[in-house]
Design a protein around this ligand. Sequence first.
Ligand code: HEM
Length: 341
Amino acid sequence: MERDPQDLGDDHHEERFQLCEVELAQLQLTQKEPEEGEVLSGLSQRRLLSAVAMEEFEFPASIHLQKMPLFPKWHLPLKLMAVLMAVAFVYTFLRDVLQPYVSNGKNDFYKIPILVLNKVLPWTSITLLALVYLPGILAALLQLHRGTKYSRFPVWLENWMSVRKQLGLLAFLLACLHAIYSLSYPMRRSYRYKLLNWAYQQVQHKKESAWVEDDVWRMEIYISLGILGLGILALLAISSLPSVSDTLNWREFQCVQRTLGYTALLLCTAHALVYGWKKWVELKQYVWYTPPSFILACFLPAMVLLVKAVLVMPCLDKRLDRIRHGWERPSRKGRSDKDSL
Ligand code: HEM
């Protein structure tokens, strides 16, 4: 949930003027319609439309609502989320629903609305969260490789960096949904029937206690890690609100976003890994020769955390710090495009 570089100063400045713009806008609407093509004096159309809730017919004819941008910064993150969810859904459906049906004739289609979805949501969420921090790492590697900060990042990396806030907010939304879905597990009728069946089987086997120490610890730990991860994601989302981030200076904002962000990523990855526990090595988990979804879900976040851990090693960290303070590798001097960053 990083701050968009464009949010840095202007928004703060603009917001102060928002009230008087609203008043101006309302004033203007009560006046004569501007001629076709005439520019609204002193006000940008974007501001005029963002400020107040009005009916469409109240706008001057010169304003073409259909031509206005519709959440331009959200297009890429939403598309990415849709693709990731589709891939995760197909993968989980094949493994958890189709495989038991094809192999054993077992009808597990009831799993689709909650159990399958509750794998798709966290998988997409944690991947989006990793994608928030991956471009920063790529940028750091690029700077280390080039030995300067005065040369332009590739366009795709700049575009990616500019939508980190949106990616983070979507990750948070999906994580919240995942938490709600998870907490709904015991409410389901299927779960109650399963519980009754387990109890019956236990009596049949004349077993007094079903307590499995390992399983108890696994669940206590991974649920706790999940709750902590979600709590920190909530803090991150709050700190990215303009009204909050405007009260922080750039250093404070970076500190909150980086420290809390990586902590959240670490907690969520640990949550998924502890959930997996020993399933890594159980052969029966590899149905149709495919790994369980939590392994795939953890792969990218684990990579991001690993590379970050390497980058904070003193030798690299100091070098990066010097580069970011303007130092250049001697061979680079004169070659850099100083205007670009
Ligand atoms: C209140 C907070 C949370 C609770 C109660 C919770 C609970 C759970 C539960 C019950 C599962 C097992 C799902 C199953 O049996 O199918 C699970 C798995 C998982 N959770 Fe969470 N979780 C929480 C927060 C999070 C957060 C914040 C993330 C990361 C964004 C996350 C990522 C995952 C992942 C990746 C899995 C593995 C899913 C898979 O099998 O593919 N969880 N969580």
